[in-house]
Design a protein around this ligand. Sequence first.
Ligand SMILES: C[S@@+](CC[C@H](N)C(=O)[O-])C[C@H]1O[C@@H](n2cnc3c(N)ncnc32)[C@H](O)[C@@H]1O
Length: 239
Amino acid sequence: MSRRNGSYGIDAPYVPAMMAAGLLVCLGLMVFADVGGLWITAVAIAAMLALYLHTTLRGKFVVWRELLDTQAWRGDEEVLDLGCGRGAILLMAATRLPHGRATGVDIWSSKDQSGNAMEVTARNAEAEGVADRIELRTADMRELPFADASFDLVISNVAIHNISDAAGRDRAIDEAWRVLRPGGRLLIADISKSAQYQRHLRAHGIDSARRSLGWRTWWGGPWMSTMLVTATKPAAPRP
Ligand SMILES: C[S@@+](CC[C@H](N)C(=O)[O-])C[C@H]1O[C@@H](n2cnc3c(N)ncnc32)[C@H](O)[C@@H]1O
């Protein structure tokens, strides 16, 4: 999907709304109350807002396209996206699956993504020409409705941190690992909690790597950057 035909909304829309409100307050104080010295604050907020909007509208697509390009695809994989939302990453994966299937699970929270709804994701799948390769399920990622070892690739983008408690996030990682096939790969991109995911995997003896996805996935600045946690499930021993 080099050109997007779907409409993918804004992640956590209350965040840029708060930034825009802060910017308006600064500008209002400078113009109408003649408060001096606020221009540095106004420029900083404007820069954060611009970075946030870039990440949600463009950056995450560019970075995930590159990330998916680096995976070795057969084209018949079963892919699972945890917290797929309107399908930004799910549908990009689906384009690589002429003989496979991409499944997205979500609870469709419009606080976490604007206009979030299963029907919207289904419409986006039609627009991207991959409706026949996807399946959408309403499910909590802490309790996945899939058998063990069902997927070749489990992906997730800025979704797991929305689970408020650490035990719940651990449970989501356990579920992701459970449904992964031997030889399958885990790609989890997230903001603040990615170190916890890696610690949890390592505590279970699972080798994993963690790296930054760069400025294109900064949600307002480097203090809110997206980190990628990757792991490969050991292949089953040959009989
Ligand atoms: C910031 S959005 C990101 C959506 C999508 N991954 C993307 O990159 O466009 C986070 C998503 O996680 C979903 N989500 C939050 N908690 C969840 C849970 N416990 N189980 C499944 N999905 C969840 C939200 O509904 C939302 O769609």
